[in-house]
Design a protein around this ligand. Sequence first.
Ligand SMILES: [Fe+2]
Ligand SMILES: [Fe+2]
Length: 205
Amino acid sequence: MIQVNSKNEEATLEKSQNRKIDLCALIKKLEPMMERERFLHSLGAYHTMLLLAERFGLDSQTAAVAGLLHDCARIAAQEDSERILDGGAVPISAEDMPFPKIWHARLGAAMARSVFGIVDESIAEAIRIHPTGAPDMSPLAIALFIADYIEPTRSFEKVADFRKLAFADPQNAFRAILKNKTEHIRKKRKTLHPDALRAMEFYLT
Ligand SMILES: [Fe+2]
Ligand SMILES: [Fe+2]
């Protein structure tokens, strides 16, 4: 069962903020929580974030943790995530309500802290906005947005082109991915989340 930490537990977590994170322990904890495919995708994002960290001048541990945990709320035991949402631990805003596909990002940002003990707010924010993007994103959030799209288990047409661009010109790759993702949603005649619209306005106009 997944637990959301109490205030006392949070204080203990704050003290451990600067400690080296045991990545193997995080991987071992994450694996049994997820479906196999989703776990492999998370490992792919972890690997890609390590590669992108250098291009973006990011701390490699921070980048790796964001990649590994970005989908941590897409857990096999769906009732656990529903319980946290129902319990109001992670309130879903009126704006998010019509977009259940992005709820895992909001919940995942909270779970990085409550389940995995990660107290770095930059990681939580990158996880929170990873499906849609947002205006004025941090380098970590931009790297995660790219890594989620190009990690090695992704196999859509032209993924190789996006991978090449990501390492040659990461900022341009980010804009190309944002454009591609939003066009894909529009082609399916689905509504874009307001964060995606705001990201498009900020980065593509
Ligand atoms: Fe996701
Ligand atoms: Fe993902």
